[in-house]
Design a binder for this molecule. Structure first.
Ligand SMILES: *Cc1c(COP(=O)(O)O)cnc(C)c1O
Length: 329
């Protein structure tokens, strides 16, 4: 396929359709669950897209599965490389195993032993390299070049973006007249993919991205007009922290051109999102629940039929218990 013009939703349609067919049977088609009483309280019709119940606990399995499936067989056989101790690392490890190949997952020396062990358990070949996430990524890219194994970005890759976008198509198939979608936003693969999918079929639907106020790299880049470096700060929404890449090729322009609004939340608001989700019977991590948090804090305006993407559920159980019991972390 030709290079995709970054921000034309129609130009993504063929890739999205192909991604949907390609990952079918390899990822869960998650439920779109009605949240009637909370919706009534908020004055709208509300649904939750349950990617917190996706295999590996987050939507990232979609992009990883699509990206690995798109490789030439010889490349696929050599294995794939990334740098992530979080949901992308897990997803890539799982997708590589399922495709009968290997995932080399680089993590920095800051990553706790239990996370490293979890990645190994999922079949990843872990490499501890560098004193920061950025250094680990540099080392991963160098390894990828030297060993001729494909590096798979967590967000800035058309195959990954199209994989995440399949969420938008599933939501539209289930609810063809959505008015608003609230989606967690970090590097923008999720929000960009969903926006391309939804706007190519329903241009009137509003897409709102939600990040944490602590180190929101995409929001600050949009304000600056170009990708900027943002200092990482500790946050409950750890899956949303990190940069968008100063050489960002796709997601910055997609988020800039396709999202209708971006909302930034405090730590207290993010904690409340985790609690409200728990009351609804859904376990979410901080970053996974920011769409819900934005709505209940009335920081984002829902309208008509509103869908919240619950993007992930990988939260330390003891932290989850503390937050549900009323703490903020
Ligand atoms: C990665 C991630 C996000 C953000 O996705 P981007 O494509 O980087 O914007 C949101 N929620 C969870 C749970 C994630 O793991």
């Amino acid at each position: 396929m030709p290079l995709v013009p970054a921000t034309d939703p129609a130009a993504w349609r063929a890739r999205l359709d192909a991604a949907g067919a390609r990952i079918d049977g390899h990822v869960r088609r998650t439920e779109l669950r009605a949240a009637q009483s909370l919706g009534a309280e908020l004055g709208l019709e509300l649904w939750l897209k349950l990617e917190n119940r996706q295999i590996t606990g987050s939507f990232k399995l979609r992009g990883a599965t699509n990206a690995i499936a798109l490789l030439e067989p010889a490349q696929r056989a050599r294995g794939v490389v990334t740098a992530s101790s979080g949901n992308h690392g897990k997803a890539l490890a799982h997708a590589a195993m399922a495709a009968g190949t290997r995932a080399f997952v680089f993590v920095s020396s800051l990553v706790p032993a239990n996370k490293l062990a979890a990645l190994r358990e999922m079949g990843a070949e872990t490499r501890v390299a560098g004193a920061s996430q950025d250094e680990a990524e540099e080392r991963a890219r160098a390894f990828s070049q030297a060993e001729d194994r494909v590096f798979i970005s967590p967000f800035d890759d058309p195959a990954v973006i199209a994989g995440q976008g399949t969420i938008g198509d599933e939501m539209l198939d289930d609810l063809p007249d959505m008015d608003t979608v609230l989606v967690p936003l970090s590097g923008g693969g999720l929000a960009g993919g969903i926006a391309a999918a939804v706007k190519s079929r329903l241009p009137s639907c509003r897409i709102v991205g939600v990040s944490m106020a602590r180190g929101p790299a995409m929001a600050m880049s949009i304000t600056a007009g170009h990708p900027v470096e943002v200092a990482e700060e500790p946050t409950l929404a750890d899956a949303l922290s990190g940069g968008i890449g100063l050489d960002n090729r796709y997601t910055f322009a997609m988020v800039r051109d396709l999202l209708d609004d971006i909302v930034l939340l405090s730590e207290v608001e993010i904690a409340e999102g985790i609690r409200v989700a728990a009351r609804l019977g859904e376990t979410v991590e901080g970053g996974g629940g920011v769409g819900l948090a934005a709505l209940v804090a009335r920081r984002a305006r829902g309208r008509g039929k509103t869908v919240i993407v619950l993007s992930g559920g990988n939260i330390d159980p003891s932290l989850h218990r503390r937050i549900v019991a009323g703490g903020s972390g």
